[in-house]
Ligand binder design. Structure first.
Ligand code: 5GP
Length: 176
């Protein structure tokens, strides 16, 4: 275990098992449809890679990089990298590492709906329900977690720890 990790929450084996379950459910729900998996950079990359192995459909991958900003009366997101295709009439599955306040995903979801997607759903590896301030839920959730700062399997602190093969809680002394 990495010296900065206080506790491992989910091992690589557990995450793989969870991806198998989610993949099976997604395969069932989208029978006969083509799905675009849209990963939000950078944290979703390991989860998207693992999950997609267990989706038995003709999926394609795309990636988007956004930063969100809240103004006085509205929230806006800056698109640093947009996806590469037209989504009108397509089934989209937004893939995220962790859903917290919901700010990023509620804005991105609304944007794809405006672009004319047939459906826009969310699959998230982790869900911090207590942190939610925007009215948005993921259709597929790996694990619901309490309000702790987690790292690994794509999740970073100052860009570090994304490569850890498990999800763990970061020691407080690392960010205090
Ligand atoms: P939201 O827009 O839902 O508040 O933001 C979700 C984003 O916040 C995630 O993609 C992630 O970048 C960041 N985030 C929220 N909670 C955590 C956490 O516990 N650990 C890490 N590493 N990032 C988090």
């Amino acid at each position: 275990m990495h010296k900065d990790v206080k506790e491992i929450l989910y091992t690589q084996e557990e995450i793989t098992q969870k991806c198998k379950e989610l993949g099976k459910q997604i395969t069932h729900d989208y029978q006969g449809k083509d799905v675009i998996l849209i990963g939000l950079l950078k944290g979703s990359v390991p989860f998207l890679a693992e999950l997609s192995k267990y989706i038995e459909l003709d999926v394609t991958f795309d990636y988007m990089d956004v930063s969100s900003y809240e103004g006085v009366e509205s929230r806006t997101i800056t698109i640093k990298k947009d996806i590469d295709q037209d989504v009108s009439g397509k089934e989209l599955l937004l893939v995220e590492d962790i859903l917290d306040t919901g700010k990023t995903l509620s804005t991105v979801k609304a944007m794809f709906e405006e672009r004319g997607a047939a459906s826009v759903e969310i699959v998230t590896m982790l869900d911090k329900k207590e942190g939610r301030t925007y009215p948005i839920e993921a259709k597929y959730v790996g694990y619901e977690i309490p309000n702790a700062f987690v790292i690994g399997f794509g999740l970073d602190f100052n860009e570090k720890y994304r490569n850890l093969p498990y999800v763990g809680i970061l020691k407080e002394e690392c960010y205090q």
